[in-house]
Design a protein around this ligand. Structure first.
Ligand SMILES: [Fe+2]
Length: 172
């Protein structure tokens, strides 16, 4: 699709055009995921109720702020190497690999589970993208994916660390 509708824009960046084409598709795929993740982070922030509400509610905003910066970096990398960044709701819906987020859940625990499942899909796809960009010949985009991957691994950890854990000490 990108070849005809989105031709490469002229730039003095000397990456091979084949590399650019492959990496732009890869960046747009992970950008669609990242924008989807940003949307569901707010969906959870607004609708969750129950135990640990205020802590998790505020954590969602910290997540979103970091995601905004990372999504911007991926989109601008696309533009920098002559591509077209795809960030409309229609493109996100078409290209995201993240499972649809349930809009009928309320409890903080259900939101933590639903978010963890989806953040894991994204974090693991980013890890794969590090190698894919490297194999395509673009070390800079590979490095960017490493940055995003590390951040999303941390966000996934924060989500998972809120889940109840069996106690080792037994109260008398
Ligand atoms: Fe808010």
């Amino acid at each position: 699709m990108t070849k005809t509708k989105y031709p490469l824009h002229p730039t003095r960046n000397n990456l091979h055009s084949n590399t650019k084409t492959v990496v732009i598709q890869l960046l747009n795929a992970r950008l669609a995921d990242g924008l989807d993740i940003a949307l569901i982070t707010k969906q959870a922030h607004w609708n969750m109720k129950g135990h640990n509400f205020i802590g998790v509610h505020k954590m969602m905003d910290d997540f979103r702020n970091e995601q905004n910066e990372l999504n911007d970096k991926m989109a601008e990398r696309i533009a920098a190497i002559g591509g077209t960044a795809l960030g409309t709701t229609q493109e996100i819906a078409k290209n995201s690999s993240i499972a649809e987020y349930p809009t009928d859940i309320i409890s903080v625990d259900d939101h933590l589970t639903a978010l963890s499942e989806r953040f894991a899909i994204y974090a693991n796809a980013l890890r794969k993208a590090i190698d894919e960009a490297d194999e395509a010949g673009d070390a800079d985009t590979s490095d960017l994916f490493t940055e995003v991957s590390r951040a999303m691994d941390q966000q996934l950890w924060f989500l998972e660390a809120h889940k109840p854990y069996p106690s080792k000490l037994h109260a008398k």
